[in-house]
Design a protein around this ligand. Structure first.
Ligand SMILES: [Fe+2]
Length: 309
């Protein structure tokens, strides 16, 4: 697949106008220089820790519902992530592009494990869950690259955001009548650690798959407050003190005071009952370990008490 490596340095003159131009004409833009190096190092330290152990028995760790990826709630990675995702330069760009105030749709960490399988096909978001004209920009999704990314990078079909969108249409590229034409414009967005890729969610996109190389990103998105009636896709967990450096605009953008379209426990990161049922044996094993550990501790305490007296 062809590579797309254009970017806009947010520390350069007229970056906003150039970024807006790329986003409007191609449907995607790579913002470079948004995250200071010490911040991305801190984020990666936290990511490494979370990805080192699964979440069980109330301990902090990654979630895993299939063989292909590990996930985690983005904002629970800490204030560095909260501040990066709500960076006002990203908000400036997206709000200008969609001509509206925005609210956060979702934010999560995703490590694709390089399983050499296409589990997540190219698709577009058809806006079946928003109100208003879906042939106008209603939201931008985004990725924060946590390392230099080539194999397994995010891919986007340039200009596909300009194609007509029918509300509720089948959003998979494989189902589109102009599939081969669109495929010719699919580009692999290679980038550096700390790059923020922002794209119109109506354009066809997805990760390069199958690949054997793992890839770790923070995925998120902002949508028009009008189109979504100021509702995020799901309840987004956050540590309250991690919002201490945000201003009113940022708090409003991440959804403080807003609603949600989907219950917290219905979000795709959370284990559904059908998934947990498969692991019933593990659950019973954990219960047994807890039970015997409790009995053992009680017996030791009894012995200590008995010997003392
Ligand atoms: Fe998507």
């Amino acid at each position: 697949m062809d590579i797309y490596d254009r970017y806009v340095d947010v520390n350069s003159k007229d970056w906003l106008a150039r970024a807006l131009n790329y986003l409007s004409s191609n449907g995607v833009v790579n913002l470079r220089g948004l995250v200071p190096n010490p911040k991305i190092i801190k984020i990666n330290e936290k990511v490494k820790k979370v990805l080192s152990t699964p979440s069980y028995l109330g301990g902090i760790g990654f979630y895993q519902k299939d063989s292909y990826k590990k996930t985690y709630d983005g904002f629970l990675l800490g204030k560095e992530v909260v501040e990066t995702i709500s960076d006002e330069r990203a908000l400036d760009l997206i709000e200008k592009y969609i001509s509206n105030k925005v609210s956060l749709k979702e934010v999560f960490l995703k490590k694709d494990l390089g399983y050499n399988h296409q589990y997540f096909p190219y698709h577009k978001h058809t806006g079946s869950y928003v109100v208003g004209d879906v042939n106008k920009p209603f939201g931008c999704a985004a990725l924060l690259y946590l390392h230099d990314t080539n194999d397994g990078a995010f891919c986007f079909a340039l200009k596909s955001h300009l194609l007509k969108t029918e509300r509720g249409e089948n959003g998979f590229l494989s189902a589109h009548k102009d599939k081969s034409k669109i495929e010719k414009n699919l580009k692999k967005i290679v980038g550096k650690k700390g790059d923020m890729i922002i794209f119109d969610e109506r354009g066809f996109h997805g990760p390069e798959q199958p690949v054997k190389t793992p890839r770790t990103v923070i995925l998120f998105g902002y949508q028009s407050k009008v189109y979504t009636k100021n509702q995020s896709r799901t309840g987004i967990p956050i540590i309250i003190s991690d919002m201490q450096n945000l201003n009113g605009r940022q708090l409003d953008a991440i959804g403080v005071g807003g609603g949600t379209r989907e219950e917290y426990n219905e979000y795709h990161l959370r284990a559904s009952s059908s998934v947990t049922k498969k692991f019933g044996l593990i659950k019973r094993f954990i219960y047994a370990v807890i039970y015997f550990d409790f009995k053992l501790t009680s017996f030791k305490n009894f012995l200590k008490f008995f010997l003392r007296n």
